[in-house]
Design a protein around this ligand. Sequence first.
Ligand code: FES
Ligand code: FES
Length: 162
Amino acid sequence: MKVKLRINGEEREADVEPRLLLVHFIRDVLKLKGTHVGCETGHCGACTVLMDGKPIKSCQVFAVQADGTEIITVEGLERDGKLSVEQQAFVDNFAIQCGYCTPGMLVMTRYLLGKYEKLSREEIREKIHGNYCMCTGYVQIINAIEDAFRRAKGSEGKETGS
Ligand code: FES
Ligand code: FES
């Protein structure tokens, strides 16, 4: 079956098996290896990408279901070779150890920055409950997401959504 979508601003299309998962389409057909595969059961969040602006676990979606959509992967966060706000915040806050969860965490952070003006630490913890990190204990990750909000919006943001 044919899949045609826009990924990180670029139109791509390919013929695929109907059973091919989106995460494998992204990694193996489109050769964008930044999106990781962890559990393949929808639990770990390593495979998180944005589909039409919303975070999805790409191991839980068939590639054909993404036909006609707009996808953003971790490769789509930087601009002109410069790290994005969330990427720089993760680096500066030492929020990466093995890096397996990092692409999903960064994509989720992009989503949160787009949806909310401000989140408390508790709210950040709750919003990333679908993204597991086996290494960091989450403290640095939450620090990094808080820092990304400060950098993107200043420290005096206000709540806009839930
Ligand atoms: S690989 Fe998709 S949620 Fe774990
Ligand atoms: S840094 Fe290793 S799983 Fe998060």
